[in-house]
Design a protein around this ligand. Structure first.
Ligand SMILES: [Zn+2]
Length: 235
């Protein structure tokens, strides 16, 4: 399975994660899916971003988890990406980072409240935080179960993953996603900036209230959904 375009996109997205400072050292990875073929392409494990080439990208079957193309071992977080593709059928790209402020929030096990329109433009509600994995889950399949507790946050009646395209894994770091790998990286960047703003907002005023819903709802709807009018038509 050659998939040259997907390999190029995923390679460029991983380099962009690092270039934007979202993945210090090699603490991050991005993947992109080809839903028609039932596969996703992901960064190989431990390869520095500076030397990453499209041919290094590894292609994995979404259903079975088998490597279907690529000579290298895929990122150790591959089972988490796979679980997200299985749980969220409209997601076409996933990005995992250890970006500073989002990771600080994850380490405090606090969801990020919507405090302003920067947040509301990208996330329709708070960015949720998962529970901790229990000992049996860690022993069973740590990375796969990590995807499971993320999916739990978006279960029945909870947030829509296409409206809240990111999460904080308790004690770990953020994952973000989107319709494709470029959107996943963009959302990882917005999540980091949102986390940074929320951190400083609460530092300045620890009792600040969330943005009123009639404003946050307006901001999200301006950019997303049937009545969106932000940007250029068809853009
Ligand atoms: Zn991680």
């Amino acid at each position: 399975m050659e998939l040259p375009e997907l390999r190029e996109e995923v390679c460029a997205a991983n380099i962009a994660l690092a270039a934007q400072g979202l993945a210090p050292f090699t603490w991050g990875n991005a993947s992109g899916a080809d839903r028609e073929r039932g596969v996703f392409a992901i960064k190989p494990s431990g390869v520095p971003y500076e030397v990453l080439r499209p041919k290094d990208i590894v292609v994995v079957d979404i259903e079975t988890g088998a490597v279907v193309d690529g000579a290298q071992r895929p990122s150790s977080d591959t089972p988490t990406h796979r679980r997200l593709y299985q749980a969220f059928p409209d997601v076409g790209g996933v990005a995992h980072t250890h970006s500073h402020y989002a990771t600080v929030w994850a380490q405090t096990c606090r969801s990020i409240p919507c405090l302003g329109t920067t947040h509301a433009d990208a996330f329709a509600g708070p960015v949720p935080v998962t529970r901790f994995l229990d000992a049996a889950e860690v022993a069973r399949n740590y990375e796969d179960e990590t995807g499971g507790i993320i999916a739990e946050c978006f279960g029945a009646g909870a947030a829509d993953p296409m409206e809240v395209p990111g999460v904080l894994v308790a004690g770990h770091a953020p994952f973000a996603w989107g319709a494709n790998v470029q959107k996943a990286v963009e959302h990882a960047g917005i999540l980091e900036e949102t986390a940074r703003m929320a951190f400083h907002t609460l530092l300045l005023n620890p009792t600040v209230a969330p943005l009123p819903e009639h404003i946050s709802g307006k901001h999200f709807a301006r950019k997303h959904g049937p009545d969106a009018y932000y940007g250029q038509p068809g853009g």
